[in-house]
Write a protein that binds this ligand. Structure first.
Ligand code: MN
Length: 355
């Protein structure tokens, strides 16, 4: 059964006649490759991409099986939604209420007064949680590109460079190795900036004795990789070395527990208990998250999450310690759930590196 067939089956189970899909990752996923703007109308008899002139030809190439219609100044998106709903006798139409703007929702509601608008309730996101072989191959390739980029820059980064210069070097390397785009804005945080989990790379000049945290990812076939490495420049203080060793141990312990049947909240607890025993409260974010077409997907790997892992889940394991005034450390790999364990596509070294 194709993704689209499975999606339509769930729509039917939920007694929804049709759906409008606007979120770009969901459009790409359900059309099998369309990456342009617009939306998709889906019902059991028809799948239609509604877009403007700029993407009509592209839509035909990327999603050959689907009908493509063009909106214009005279016939806008909501007019097409109306026409397609009328043509298929739609009474209950599902939309992404967690994505559409209030204004877009209101203009649909006004244009479709006899149709009940319902929430799609995250059906595509749920389908996207479990990756198929093709998707996993893309994630592995994206992880390989990012891993090799990291290894390649190790001999070229040194004190006296700014965080920004390191970011540019890493991004350039990933793109040169075949990344389609960055999976997200690369984080480079050195010295005291390391205590900011999502620091923006700055003009700060890296000093001997600093730790540098790099959080980055490549994209391949639309799929993201996500990894974090922390490296030392020269001799770091004993405090920083202890932080590194603890984060490393917590990362390895949580990663070792990733297998089908594992509960996401339990994985979080493994790493959190280890860190809280030494630095209470210094690990202030979740252990990880799903990765796919989008960088942060289901499932959440967080405290209290009851999600049970299954083959095809792809999650990150990224504990960290952040101490204002001192700095921080995070180590992250991506784990792909297999039938009996997990596969780690990240090959970048993660033992303590002193540059
Ligand atoms: Mn991550």
């Amino acid at each position: 059964m194709t993704r689209l067939e499975r999606f339509l089956e769930i729509l039917r189970e939920k007694e929804l006649d049709a759906a409008l899909i606007h979120r770009p990752e969901n459009v790409r996923y359900l059309t099998g490759g369309y990456t342009g703007e617009g939306f998709v109308f889906l019902c059991p008899d028809e799948a239609v991409i509604v877009t403007d002139f700029r993407y009509v030809e592209q839509a035909g190439r990327q999603a050959p099986g689907l009908r493509v219609v063009e909106w214009t100044g005279k016939k806008r998106g909501e007019d097409w939604a109306r026409e397609l709903s009328d043509a298929h006798g739609v009474r209950k139409l599902a939309v992404e209420t967690d994505f559409l703007s209030h204004d877009d929702y209101e203009s649909l509601r006004k244009r479709l007064p006899f149709v009940e608008l319902a929430s799609l309730g995250g059906i595509p996101e749920e389908l996207r949680e479990i990756k198929d072989e093709g998707e996993i191959a893309c994630i592995c390739k994206a992880a390989d590109i990012a891993s090799r980029a990291f290894e390649n820059i190790l001999e070229r980064i040194h004190p006296d460079m700014t965080e920004k210069q390191v970011q540019i070097l890493l991004d350039y390397e990933m793109l040169s190795l075949g990344s389609e785009a960055n999976a997200f804005d690369t984080i480079a945080a050195a010295g005291a900036n390391g205590s900011l989990p999502h620091a923006i790379p700055s003009g700060y000049v890296i000093q001997p004795g600093d730790l540098l945290t790099l959080d980055f990812g490549a994209k391949f076939g639309g799929y993201c990789s996500d990894l974090t490495r922390t490296v030392a420049f020269g001799k770091v203080s004993k405090d920083l070395r202890d932080v590194y060793d603890l984060v490393y141990d917590a990362h390895m312990a949580a990663l070792a527990a990733v297998k089908p049947g594992a509960v996401c909240g339990d994985l979080d607890k493994i790493a959190r208990d280890m860190i809280d025993a030494h630095y209470p409260g210094a690990f202030g974010h979740s252990l990880g998250h799903g990765v796919g077409l989008y960088i942060h997907e289901q499932p959440r790997v967080s405290s209290g999450s009851r999600t049970v892992l299954r083959p095809g889940h792809v999650i990150t394991i990224e504990p960290g310690v952040y101490i204002p005034g001192l700095g921080g450390c995070r180590i992250e790999d991506t784990a792909i759930l297999t039938a009996d364990g997990c596969l780690d596509p990240v090959t970048a070294p993660k033992q303590f590196i002193e540059l």
